[in-house]
Design a protein around this ligand. Structure first.
Ligand SMILES: [Zn+2]
Length: 210
């Protein structure tokens, strides 16, 4: 999931306006940001299908540190503490951890059964697998993004957020519908780099315009 995560960031910002927007945007992206560093480091493993860009064919072989509910939340704690210390706002800690945990929760809707709960070998894995129905997943994710954002933002911020989410979601089109060409991403490191670029650029642009 991509844009859907950012709707929760807007919601957290609405509920806790003392926490700056870039912080909640980073919080909801945290598992994927961590993952995009752990894949090239060889700690976590993903296998892409060179013949298809569809999400359902991506095999997340191992990502217990970034994408387990418990271990992932444990990692988000020191980062939340660090940002809270820098900003001198204690509220950042629970909001950051909640934002990061929301990422896991939303990922369980779309991922195939590959998301660990605790984060150790032999762990139970969950995932409702909405990605198996690409076009449905495409509509559901943007509808979720739009509805939550409608509730969280207003005025020009709302308009900008809906357009920004729409543009990024449209860029993801081939991963839901397939494409005529083969997968343009050729390696797991390339896929991790793309995730870093996607989450990083959305966070940057949203921080500037919303
Ligand atoms: Zn994720």
């Amino acid at each position: 999931m991509f844009v859907g995560h950012f709707a929760i960031a807007f919601l957290l910002w609405r509920l806790f306006p003392q926490v700056p927007l870039p912080v909640v945007l980073i919080a909801v992206s945290f598992p994927d940001l961590l993952w995009s560093l752990l894949v090239p480091a060889g700690v976590e493993k993903v296998r892409i299908n060179p013949d298809s860009p569809l999400q359902k064919f991506i095999v997340f072989e191992k990502f217990p540190y970034s994408h387990s509910l418990v271990l992932g939340s444990v990692w988000s704690l020191p980062v939340g503490l660090l940002i809270a210390g820098l900003l001198n706002t204690r509220l950042v800690v629970p909001v950051f951890v909640a934002g990061s945990a929301s990422h896991w929760l939303l990922d369980t809707v779309v991922h195939l059964k590959d998301l660990p709960v605790l984060g150790f070998d032999g762990d139970r894995k969950v995932g409702a697998g909405l990605w198996k129905r690409g076009p449905v997943a495409f509509v559901v994710e943007y509808a979720f993004y739009a509805i939550v954002t409608l509730f969280a933002l207003s005025g020009l911020s709302l308009v900008y957020a809906l357009i920004l989410g729409g543009v990024f979601h449209a860029i993801n089109f081939p991963s839901f519908f397939g494409s005529m060409r083969k997968n343009s991403v050729k390696s797991s490191n390339g896929y991790a780099g793309l995730a870093l670029l996607g989450f990083g650029s959305f966070t940057l642009i949203a921080s500037l315009i919303i």
